[in-house]
Design a protein around this ligand. Sequence first.
Ligand code: GLA
Length: 649
Amino acid sequence: MAERQGGEGVLAVSHLVRMAAFGLLASAAPLAAQSQAPHDPLTPRGHWSANTRGRAALPPMGWNSWNAFNSDIDEAKLMASAQILIDSGLAAKGYRYVDIDDGWWLRRDQPDGRMVIRAKSFPSAAMPDGTTSFRPLTDRLHAMGLKAGIYSDIGRNSCGQVYTSDFANQPEGSVAEREVGLYGHVDQDIRLYFADWGFDLIKVDGCGIRGLPVTNPKVTSGYLRAFDPIIDLETLGRTDIAKVKALYGSVADALARYNPDGDYIFSICLWGSADVRAWAKDMGNISRTSEDISPNWSRMLHNFDSAVRRPLYAGPGSWNDPDMLFVGTGAFDADHLTEARSHMALWAMLNAPLMIGYDLRKATPALLEVLGNPRIIALDQDPAGNQAVLAYDSDDVQILVKTLASGEKGVAIVNRTAAPVDAQLTADHLKYAGKAPITLTDLWTGSDDSFTGEKTLHLAPHQTLIFAAKGTRRLSDGLFLSEMPGSINPAVDGVVVPEDEPLIHRGILPWQGTRGTGQHPRYGGWGGAEADATPFGKMLGSGGHDFHTGIGVLAGSRLEVRNKGYARFQAQVGMDDSARDRSQPVTFFVYGDGRLLARSKPVAFGDAPQPISANVRGVKLIELVARTPEAVRFPDPVVWGDAALVQGK
Ligand code: GLA
């Protein structure tokens, strides 16, 4: 209950701050003075505010022990996997992180609190003086040209301790010795893992702040200490988002402190809870968008869906993580290569981290080819960092398009169903001209084909076709903003009351079966900024005018856009036709490096969209602000229709 009040308190404060800022605006203050309001989150900052710390200009790639071995991990398995990464050529293709997941720890020594490694499983960790260190292991991995990753929890206890007491390699000793998580030890542990042991990545889970209320039998029996939960995966209303964020923020700061060379990855593992999709971009390098993947088709769709509508919340420095690959196992094994290829292709379209979760000692050549296809890897690793945007959406077929650094497109057509289906790919999906020929290069085979206007494609059950597409761009001298989500940061997305997203495939949770009442929406992020759609997944439209291209965001928002040498910003702005509150007109502002460049007239519901444009020559950071005179608890969606950066005259 205390947590619930804390959560609401935070909202109320930010609400008040915004009210104060809007109050200032409503007065006759000149524009220059308006942007000086000290706590106004819509004041232009003039600099990119999403995370740039750590080493994640591209989505990290590697191998993690969890999907392959669960917690039954040891040095022999780890080093064998590392050697296969090298011998198979996968490391040379980019798979360089070798990550130890749950199961490495023995205990936290008392009273000094130093973590002790399970040296029985990791013999090289036993030091002559009786202490333990992972330094010999990380030294060996580094000498092989690889990187090393470790695992912890933000609470006092691990996921295994809280949820799976029967699995291998549980921490041992007294209650305090078994408190192996970071809580109360952030500085000490991060220093040990990075400065002393030499790790390059840490995955920080969240079970210790989620599952240990005083009523938990493991607590009442005296086995574990209670932690009044600050996460409730079932409801954001009972989650203390600010507290969760502050805990993860302290890890982010410690990582920066103990990695002066900046060579590290901060992997946030909050499974889409605590509205993490809205804020991980500001501190993490990769962040889980859903609960665990399992090796079945339905679950893979669930994890995919949890990230697919969030392209604006990912980009160089911080990526959506729909969980580790399950290529090689179950529905994605050597007998299901169509599904294995789909899983891999979809992860590449999402710019997901490519973390192999397979016992590579069992890999067949065909599976290694799926994991190692250079064209699919290049798609994931494209330097522009634009996560794919949905160009066509249904429960049966989806078409995803990703704008590459070269200006060409990656396109994937997914058959989510277990029946064959025909799908039409059109020039419009690609934002290419309809009258000029379009070349499609199949990324699995490398073979070329071409069409003009539209092409019907036949998809086998669960098949994903994936191509590089070359054509004549509809916007010849620039980029639509929805083609460059990796260069956009929704610094303030206007969401006042976080809500769960309903558009996610609701598979059966494997460990729960059909007990309970089913899968309810549980991942915050609904109402966030969207490319080519409204914040609530509808088509963009304003004043009766439909926009197939544009950015949809709530009023009370500030978007940061990196300008890579374009001369002019242009858009048509208005309130979206799906607005419900409609009580406040919206004024749109364009800033360049902190200076006001253009503003619209106030636009009311039903008004025709207004053109707005600004000279951005030489400007590095553009900020797009949509304001209402007064704050609204549930702000209305607005449209930056056809928003684009062009060379112009
Ligand atoms: C959680 C995480 C998994 C894995 C396990 C380990 O479930 O989401 O990825 O790390 O914990 O116990």
